[in-house]
Design a protein around this ligand. Structure first.
Ligand code: ADP
Ligand code: MG
Length: 585
């Protein structure tokens, strides 16, 4: 093999008889004999090389070579091939070995996950020195007030225990996403100077039964070491659902985890310096055992901020940003009805990004306006729209704006645009939501009917301007939005001639459980068809109302469309100016 690697022999140029002659005449320096391959490799004295076929076990060559003292090497190619063979089998063996190691490794991972119950992988985060303070939380004065007491519990428990009072163990923060629940919990830890152990309840839930329960034990035993401290459990609804409900797997695991949590809550002694704060936006589905006295018996609602709250949150988040002096945060608070604290933080962040992109030094109204558009309407795209399509879109948008102005006042329109945006078909009419509805969560039948008429106004405008047969599906999203509202009015709120009945045929609430299917079958076919008729009826009447409104305001409709086609955007101010004196209600 060593020799072979030194030479490379080309296929034969000479014949067997040439070879014999060459040996005799002493032209050959060395011969390498490969009996198995039935060939010899020949190295000539002039440096040339050759490969010549011979007979199997050719004795003549051997004799001649030894006679003429030619260097002769016999290569036992059976050894060679067996080496190759063993090499191949060694390779196979190695592959096999690696495969087995890999399989074993993954099995042992699995095994350690099953057997170790995720012990070494603690999923909770511990923050020893929390930097958040109440001044970072804005617009939640009531929640803050209630939680201040918790701080005293942690800082100076004797004040209460001396009087024989028990310090509460659990506080449940209830509110929509992004309203600052996590922030509040952190602020309490920060203000009281205690460690903050936090975990999202979804982290408890694992494939294997028992893992969640062991994680609950973990976090509580760690809390006992660190007490006084705060345990924060986010999204507690993901394990805290009413037990004994729901379909499918994972149930046992969830129940076990919840049972463990209840046990731990009961298990740590009163006044031990541990306070469990949990957050949820679905208090309605929580297990009643969790809410019992002695567990999460304090419930604090964290609402979406009102006008004043939004202004305060904006100013908290603008502290770290170079805001231009003439930006009026009160004005932006009025433009952001329904925004959560997280949305507002995001608004200022997007503004800062926009500002940086423009290479300006200060964030001004223009940057905030752009950020607001991006958040509410979507990014601008460079989609090219034909003049004809633009016209259809413009009529759709202006139609909606006019019906909104008639129904909810001129101020309800924030902005109309036909600049193409990603995620929208055509343009966008931004309407201000009703602050009252947002803060109280109550909405009247009249308001819902207005919403339906506004949603169908795009279609109404197309019918008036282009005729029944020329309508497009431009208002597809609005129509489905309107239908959803009508269905809810009829089947949930009892707002129709069918009467005050609730038919919960949606399967969205499947986990709340007690028998969505039973409910379904308890309704007569006849009722279903009445419901359908009622839904169709309300939708048609609403469309006709919109058509009436736009007929009356046809002059304004055409005029605003002209402006919109020219300028692509009509803002609040221009809309008000153009509409106020001409709107026919
Ligand atoms: P939640 O836990 O209610 O879903 P977070 O507390 O996680 O909401 O809020 C997310 C972010 O939104 C916070 O980090 C903060 O920047 C901002 N934020 C929310 N609410 C407020 C508020 N009331 N004051 C100041 N910032 C807020
Ligand atoms: Mg949160």
């Amino acid at each position: 093999m060593f020799l072979k690697s030194n030479f490379s022999y080309s296929n034969s140029n000479s014949s067997y008889s040439d070879l014999l002659l060459d040996i005799d005449s002493g032209n050959i320096q060395a011969i390498y004999f490969y009996p198995r391959r039935r060939e010899v490799n020949v190295l000539y004295k002039n440096g040339e090389k050759d490969k010549i076929p011979i007979l199997y076990n050719d004795q003549l060559i051997l004799e001649k070579a030894s006679e003429n003292k030619v260097e002769l090497t016999v290569n036992n190619s059976s050894k060679e091939s067996s080496a190759a063979n063993s090499f191949a089998s060694l390779g196979l063996f190695l592959i096999f070995l690696v495969a087995i190691v890999l399989i074993l490794k993954s099995t042992s991972n699995l095994a350690s996950r099953v057997l170790g119950f995720g012990k070494n992988k603690s999923k909770f985060i511990t923050i020893e020195d929390v930097e958040t303070r109440f001044e970072d939380v804005a617009g939640l004065p009531e929640a803050e007030e209630e939680l201040k007491e918790v701080i005293t519990f942690l800082k100076d428990p004797t004040k209460y225990t001396n009087l024989g009072a028990k310090v509460p163990k659990g506080v449940l923060l209830i509110g929509p996403p992004g309203t600052g629940k996590t922030l509040l919990a952190k602020a309490i830890a920060g203000e009281s100077g205690v460690p903050f152990l936090s975990i999202a309840a979804s982290e408890f839930v694992e494939l294997f039964v028992g893992v969640g329960a062991s994680r609950v034990r973990d976090i509580f035993s760690s809390a006992k070491e660190k007490s006084p401290c705060i345990i924060f459990i986010d999204e507690i609804d993901s394990i805290g659902r009413q037990r004994g409900s729901g379909f499918g797997g994972g149930n046992d695991e969830r129940e076990q985890t919840l049972n463990q949590l209840l046990t731990e809550l009961d298990g740590f002694p009163d006044n031990s310096g541990i306070i469990v704060i949990a957050a949820t936006n679905r208090p309605d589905i929580l297990d009643s055992a969790l809410l019992r006295a002695g567990r999460f018996d304090r419930k604090i609602e964290v609402m979406l901020p009102d006008l004043d709250g939004r202004k305060k949150i904006l100013s908290v988040h603008s502290l770290s940003k170079p805001l231009s002096n003439n930006v009026d945060l009160g004005y932006w608070a009025s433009r952001t009805v329904g925004f959560s604290g997280a949305d507002l933080a995001n608004l200022l962040n997007e503004s800062a990004i926009h500002c940086a992109r423009e290479e300006s030094k200060f964030i001004n109204d223009f940057h905030i306006e752009n950020a607001l558009d991006k958040i509410t309407i979507g990014l601008r795209t460079s989609k090219i729209v034909s003049p004809n399509m633009k016209k259809i879109i413009a009529y759709n948008e202006v139609g909606r704006a006019i019906v909104s102005a008639v129904k909810n006042g001129v101020d309800s329109v924030d902005k109309i645009t036909i600049l193409p945006r990603s995620g929208t078909l055509g343009g966008y009419t931004k309407l201000n939501p009703d602050e009252d509805v947002i803060s109280s969560g109550l909405i009247s039948k009249k308001s819902l009917l207005s919403k339906i008429e506004i949603a169908l106004a795009g279609r109404a405008a197309e019918i008036i301007v282009f005729g029944e047969n020329e309508i497009t599906q431009c208002s597809i999203n609005d129509i489905s939005y309107a239908t959803n509202i009508v269905r809810e009015m009829v089947t949930k709120y009892g707002f129709s001639i069918i009467g005050p009945i609730s038919i919960d045929s949606e399967t969205g609430d499947i986990f709340i459980g007690d028998g969505v299917f039973k409910k379904k079958s308890s309704i007569a076919e006849n009722t279903y068809s009445r419901i359908d008729n009622e839904i169709i009826n309300i939708s048609k009447v609403s469309l006709n109302n919109s058509i009436d409104i736009l007929y009356k305001n046809r002059f304004l409709l055409d005029k605003l469309v002209d402006i919109l086609l020219n300028q692509e955007t009509i803002d609040k101010r221009i809309f008000k100016k153009e509409t106020s004196d001409f709107l026919k209600v």
